[in-house]
Design a protein around this ligand. Structure first.
Ligand code: 9MR
Length: 586
């Protein structure tokens, strides 16, 4: 366990961009303390007052169960390190006569999130399965684990399904705090990475992260087909890492185009087992049309994104995507093939419908190829989804990734694309209103504080940046950055929900690689506040403290429903970080 932060003045604990709005959230004291009527932002070194003013009137924040004020210090644009103090009265230098509380230190600078971006990309490298890692930055030093992934068997009940030779499903990232590898979150994670790259290519460079691995990933033999052995010196690190996952994904595809569901063992490893301690046999389980569709979407995106720097790989990705889509066309009913016992030692990632994922797959293929057969498939099967209200993408629902792909495709029908653009703007306008009404400017409503709420806040923020690409509006950008500020520590709990970022990051993530090696791995977006208390430790905390939704969080290793990371939790941070990295460019 650990002490909970006692901060009363909440800031983005990493910091703010010079040109962006800057706000602190100030918790109103319950009784007879000094009222936080005014604020003063002081330089950390000499205490000089850089900017001061009045706090807003108090407002109730029901999600946090608090009354809060805001201190708006957007006028501050000089790079430096600061704290925000709040209190009463005014001194000659503009400071406070009585100080009630002060924030943790934070930075202002154009490069303020560069370290977060680097940590977020490197995190995936450190989570590579079947890969020896010796990382001078974090000290993580692990030999390759789970060697059996190179010849895994398909599994069904007590029997191994006879699908011919054992499969090589090596590579890819461990999903989360466990060592499973699952197709649906992999597809949406790669999708969000590639989307961030497509929107903000200049934010992601080759060599920016000093990846502690060969940039070409697991050695492929020429027999692996197009692109094997390609040298890609110019490939940005983000794309190097996404490619590593894509290469695993393609190993999960069957000859008929369908994609298996996951690679996992029949029981969970203990929380302190390093990868090499876990010698349980792992199997290839299940198969689904929703996972096959997500796969097709990610591969179709890869065919565009890698076309210049890794053309052989891009060609192969397109073939993979088309083959998956052919399977879907031949199998129009949703299928989730469940192998008996497949969830005994791994997460379910189950979804029995697949329309949102099919829509995404087909729209990406249309965008990449311009082939009218994909436009026809959408018209015939999914005409209703063109007019469905946009929703923040998550692994259970990729509708709006598909809507975005469609509206930005050259081959789109103009009238449909226009309607979709308006729908994105309507979504953004509503979300901005909700953000502005929330005490912490968090995009989550009361019901959203469920498992992986931090991810949802970032995903909602990402939607604002897509709207901003349609019709630039500084409220959209501010609202998106507000979700980054939330993830980085301007929260009701006082925690940053990203490991290694800020003064009060999660220090006890539910993570086998961390527990098994003792390493600190920065860049992990943890689940965060979860009012449903889906594990014993968190449930006990909620019961004992009667915590409001936004405070249902514990920084405890045991709490897998509040304090675990997963690949798809960090994924939606790349759009806001990409925007931030390019915002103060001349
Ligand atoms: O992120 C997943 C979340 O949306 C689900 O509600 C939850 C319960 O099914 O599972 C989460 O995913 C976990 C996965 O099943 C296994 N690896 C760890 C993932 C993060 O907790």
């Amino acid at each position: 366990g650990s002490e909970r932060p006692a901060e009363r003045v909440h800031v983005d604990q990493v910091g703010y961009l010079p040109s962006a709005p800057k706000r602190a959230v100030v918790v109103e004291p319950e009784r007879s303390a000094v009222e936080p009527e005014r604020f003063a932002v002081r330089e950390r070194g000499d205490g000089r007052v850089a900017v001061a003013g009045d706090c807003s009137e108090p407002v109730d924040d029901t999600n946090a169960g608090e009354t809060v004020r805001r201190a708006d210090f957007s006028a501050l644009s000089d790079p430096g390190e600061y704290r925000v103090a709040v209190g009463r009265g005014e001194t000659a230098d503009g400071g406070l006569r009585e100080t009630a509380a002060e924030s943790v230190p934070f930075r202002v600078g154009a490069d303020v999130y560069d370290g977060t971006l680097v940590d977020a990309v490197r995190l995936y490298t450190l989570k590579r399965s079947n890969t020896a890692i010796d990382d001078p930055v974090t000290g993580l030093d692990v030999p390759a684990g789970h060697a059996g992934d190179a010849e895994a068997r398909t599994y069904f009940g007590d029997e191994c399904r006879d699908e011919g030779e054992p499969l090589d499903v090596s590579g890819g990232w461990y999903d989360a705090g466990d060592y499973g590898k699952y197709v649906p979150p992999a597809a949406v994670t790669v999708g969000q990475m590639l989307l961030a790259y497509e929107r903000y290519p200049s934010a992601f460079e080759a060599g920016q992260c000093d990846l502690p691995v060969e940039r070409s990933g697991i050695e492929r033999s020429p027999a692996d087909g197009d692109g094997a052995g390609e040298s890609e010196p110019d490939l940005p690190d983000l794309l190097v890492e996404a490619k590593f996952e894509l290469e695993w994904l393609e190993r999960m595809q069957r000859a008929d185009g369908a994609v298996y569901h996951k690679v996992a063992a029949r029981e969970w490893p203990a929380i302190d087992e390093a990868p090499t301690d876990d010698d349980r046999e792992r199997f290839v389980y299940g198969l689904s049309t929703f996972g096959t569709a997500g796969y097709a979407a990610a591969m179709a995106m890869a065919a565009r994104v890698y076309a210049d720097d890794a053309p052989g790989f891009a060609d192969r990705a397109l073939e993979n995507a088309r083959a998956a889509h052919d399977y879907l066309e031949a199998n129009p009913e949703p299928e989730f093939r469940f192998d008996a016992g497949q969830d005994d030692g791994s997460g379910p990632y189950r979804k029995d419908t697949d329309r949102e994922e099919r829509f995404w797959a087909t729209a990406e293929l249309l965008k990449t190829t311009g082939d009218t057969r994909y436009a026809d498939y959408l018209e015939v099967r999914f005409v209703d989804l063109f007019d469905a209200a946009p929703r923040a993408p998550v692994w259970t629902d990729t509708l709006s990734l598909g809507q975005w792909a469609y509206l930005s495709a050259d081959a789109a029908d103009d009238a449909r694309a226009d309607r979709l653009e308006s729908a994105f703007l309507d979504y953004a306008d509503d979300l901005v209103a909700a953000v502005e009404a929330d005490g912490y400017r968090c995009a989550l409503d009361a019901e959203d504080y469920h498992w992986a709420s931090t991810k949802l806040a970032l995903s909602k923020g990402s939607m604002l940046l897509l709207a901003n690409a349609i019709d630039p509006d500084e409220r959209y950008v501010a609202g998106a950055l507000d979700q980054l500020h939330y993830a980085l520590g301007r929260t009701p709990t006082g925690y940053s929900y990203v490991t290694g970022q800020g003064t009060h990051p999660p220090r006890n993530p539910h993570d086998r690689l961390v527990e098994g090696t003792g390493a600190n791995i920065p860049g992990m977006v943890v689940s965060g506040a979860n009012r449903n208390g889906d594990d014993e430790r968190l449930a006990e905390f909620i019961e004992r403290t009667d915590a409001p939704p936004a405070k249902c969080y514990v920084d405890e290793t045991e709490s897998y429903s509040a304090n675990e990371w997963a690949i798809d939790y960090t994924a939606p941070i790349f759009l806001p970080l990409g925007h931030a990295a390019t915002m103060d460019d001349a």
